[in-house]
Ligand binder design. Structure first.
Ligand SMILES: Nc1nc2c(ncn2[C@@H]2O[C@H](COP(=O)(O)OP(=O)(O)OP(=O)(O)O)[C@@H](O)[C@H]2O)c(=O)[nH]1
Ligand SMILES: [Mg+2]
Length: 398
């Protein structure tokens, strides 16, 4: 089964906790609690020989390992390995805010979800303010993300036509594909890929399901066919003179209408208009005439393909990466008058401390005062005496 859309739930690993311990030499003690290990991140990586998501289809939840907790006396926790999910070239990644990234190149990596950072031990929390802290950070909690992956196949040439025009017969004839062909329409319901070796070059070709009127607005397989055109460089319109409903010009019009309605920039791609089934009728037309079934005119077609110098052409899709990924975020809610509640990862970073109560309180106050949250609250006009809730901590703003 060809899977070109998939939803995944991603969970990175939590960071391990730092430790609280002290070395004591004679009467002097000094903190020596080490840091916890980082949790595993989730990375997408493209692999050239993948052409859909069927290898991850049965597994929709991906969970990276947690970092190890630190032990006493300078023993750090172990960093967890990253979880790498392999995807085909041409993968677009979306979350509920929209497009995150488009991966088009071989071995391209996207750090999609960072692992939780390991917590600092009391050794690393030493400061002028507190040279002998009895506190450690807990590991940062895991991050969770729901994403949708959508594939637009990367090919040199896409064969388009109405149902039954002979697209699959053609790809079978000129490539190593063993696409299914039959005399009824809609034989092909997902793309077939093949590699064409001409005298000069090698091309990847894709035979798509038949296009019908309304495809661009979702009729039939519509958009799930047309999206593959975003990563191809040349279109072949395969036209069928034996079609009893639409003549050649009407077929061209239908294909153009649907393709350009879907995306007007597709006008930039070169189109080879090819009349198939020329064994059945004479077509004294300026276009390329072939019979995919009987192999007539194929040499001429390959010649035309070579003339396009496809390696110098570009597909429409561009690499893309949204920049706000993995940001330290927070949201502030002013639920009732003089009561401000703050949520998000930045809150965790400030408050995830364990140990001696006074040291914990002092450290949180210090972090809060130096954080973007404090600056934002000022901008929002929070009054002195208001209550601020940060995670499970509440305090009065002054
Ligand atoms: N006479 C003749 N018949 C052909 C030729 N090419 C394809 N056919 C026939 O046309 C019918 C449809 O061929 P397919 O290759 O399955 O057509 P398709 O465009 O892939 O069809 P869909 O996948 O349904 O869109 C089959 O019966 C083929 O044998 C040709 O050059 N000459
Ligand atoms: Mg077909």
């Amino acid at each position: 089964m060809f899977v070109d859309k998939i939803n995944l739930t991603l969970l990175s690993g939590s960071g391990g906790s730092g430790s609280i311990s002290f070395s004591s030499k004679s009467s002097k003690t000094s903190p020596n609690g080490a840091s916890g290990g980082n949790g595993g991140s989730i990375i997408l990586k493209t692999r050239k020989d993948l052409f859909d998501f069927s290898h991850i289809y049965s597994k929709s939840i991906f969970k990276a390992e947690n970092g190890g907790d630190a032990s006493k006396n300078l023993q750090s926790g172990k960093n967890a390995g990253d979880l790498v999910i392999e995807v085909p070239l041409g993968t677009s990644i979306f979350d509920d805010e929209g497009l995150i990234s488009v991966l088009l190149h071989e071995n391209e990596e996207l750090l999609l979800l960072e692992g939780g950072k390991g917590g600092a031990g009391n050794k690393d929390l030493k400061s002028k303010r507190n040279p002998n802290p009895g506190i450690a950070e807990q590991g940062q909690r895991r991050f969770k993300k729901e994403v949708r992956l959508d594939l637009s196949l990367i090919t040199d040439i896409a064969i388009l036509g109405l149902p039954n025009s002979g697209k699959s017969t053609l790809i079978k004839k000129i490539t190593n594909s063993n696409a299914k062909t039959d005399s009824y329409p809609f034989t092909t319901i997902s793309p077939n890929l093949g590699v064409l070796e001409s005298l000069n070059s090698k091309y990847t070709i894709c035979d798509l399901p038949g296009l019908i009127k309304g495809a661009a607005t979702g009729v039939g397989l519509g958009k799930s066919i047309l999206k593959h055109l975003m990563n191809t460089k040349v279109l072949i319109f395969l036209l069928d003179p034996s079609n009893t409903e639409l003549n050649i010009d009407e077929q061209i019009k239908l294909l153009e209408d649907e393709i350009f309605t879907y995306e007007k920039k597709l006008r930039q791609l070169p189109v080879l208009k090819v009349i198939n089934k020329s064994d059945l009728s004479n077509n004294p037309n300026g276009m390329i005439n072939i019979s995919a079934l009987e192999g007539l005119g194929i040499d001429k077609l390959l010649e035309k393909i070579d003339e396009l110098n496809i390696s110098s052409l570009k597909a429409l899709n561009k690499s893309y990466l949204r920049t706000d990924l993995n940001k330290n975020e927070f949201t502030i809610e002013n639920t009732t008058q003089n009561y401000w509640e703050v949520f998000g990862h930045e809150v965790d970073r400030i408050t995830n401390l364990i140990g001696n109560e006074i040291d914990v309180f002092n450290e949180i106050s210090y972090r809060f005062e130096n954080s973007d949250i404090s600056a934002e609250l000022k901008l929002l006009g929070v009054n002195n005496g208001s209550t601020i809730k940060l995670g499970k901590f509440e305090f009065i703003y002054e």
